[in-house]
Write a protein that binds this ligand. Structure first.
Ligand code: SAM
Length: 299
């Protein structure tokens, strides 16, 4: 909001697809139409003035840049998969984060992109084709039905889990709520505890527990674009005993980021939230990392 309470257009975030173009070249091209800044948190992310229309820009159409929000782009960076790893994107369509993983892995290794919804598979397929990633295998299935002990998944080292959620951090209604003197606490409360969100949270917990059960997995990132505690801190809290028993601990993605999880359990300060009024979208990120077993002392 400006000082007269007008809603200002959100900055236009652009993720450079480093599989196709380097950031300097993208900046040069985009500077022909607008002022371009480099984001100070997410690598290869550019910030253009709100309202810059890029939908038909050549770099968008050919997959050199993606119009992906900043918070959404923090998820794959938090997972930090290494080139050469085998990685699962558990709930992949439309594939923004899958293509980001491929870029971070420099096209090396393998990404298994799992999607349950047949119609959304078309978008996933299109995104991957446009991104120029050649190491993505798309599978049409329920992530919960993947057998973690199957040989084809025994070497999976990292899982990105961005499950279906209420979308309350990005919805237009939520942005209306940002207008001053519009009290929504009770409405948020009702939505957060309603049957839809509870059903989503039940799936989110199951999917997160499943992700943690893959035998070689050492990093799992969980994200939502929800502002509801029910889908965020409560999900993490409920799987923590299982995670701990499997040797995982919560790590702190983007330690310099100021807004952390709601303090509903010890360690929630390691979780990350983005604020829909400050950061344009309300996202939530949790990162589980397997503790390295200490080697026995040398004889
Ligand atoms: N990560 C995506 C991106 O950044 O482009 C967005 C993912 S969207 C929030 C969640 C996706 O998970 C939807 O496409 C939905 O159809 C899919 N999904 C929901 N339940 C699933 C399941 N059990 N197995 C696999 N995919 C599922």
């Amino acid at each position: 909001l400006d000082n007269q309470n007008h809603v200002l257009p959100k900055p236009r975030y652009v993720r450079v697809n480093t599989l196709k173009i380097n950031t300097e070249t993208a900046i040069q091209e985009l500077e022909r139409i607008a002022k371009v800044k480099i984001d100070d948190v997410v690598p290869d992310m550019l910030v253009l003035p709100g309202g810059t229309d890029l939908h038909n820009h050549r770099l968008v159409l050919d997959g050199s840049i993606f119009l992906q929000g900043k918070a959404s782009s923090m998820v794959a960076v938090a997972l930090c998969p290494k080139p050469g790893w085998k990685v699962i994107d558990a709930c992949a369509a439309p594939g923004n984060k899958t293509s980001h993983l491929a870029a971070l892995m420099k096209g090396k290794g393998k990404i298994i992109a799992c999607e349950i919804n047949k119609k959304r598979l078309v978008h996933l397929d299109d995104t991957i084709r446009r991104s120029g990633a050649h190491n993505v295998e798309i599978i049409h299935c329920d992530f919960l039905d993947i057998n973690a002990s199957d040989r084809s998944f025994s070497k999976v080292r990292a899982i990105l889990l961005d499950p279906s959620c209420s979308g309350s951090g990005t919805s237009a209604e939520r942005l209306d709520h940002l207008l001053p003197s519009y009290s929504t606490d009770h409405q948020d409360e009702a939505a957060a505890n309603g049957p839809r969100v509870r059903k989503l949270a039940a799936f989110q917990k199951k999917a997160l527990a499943h992700a943690l059960s893959f035998p070689a997995v050492e990093r799992v990132v969980y994200s939502t674009c929800s502002i509801h505690q029910t889908e965020n801190e409560d999900v993490i809290k409920s799987v923590l005993p299982l995670a701990t028993s499997l040797g995982f601990e919560l790590a702190t993605p983007f330690p310099q980021w100021p807004l952390r999880g709601r303090p509903v359990f010890d360690g929630a300060e390691r979780l990350l939230r983005t604020d829909p009024s400050q950061d344009t979208e309300g996202f939530f990120i949790a990162l589980f990392v397997k503790k390295l077993r200490s080697l026995p002392p040398a004889q």
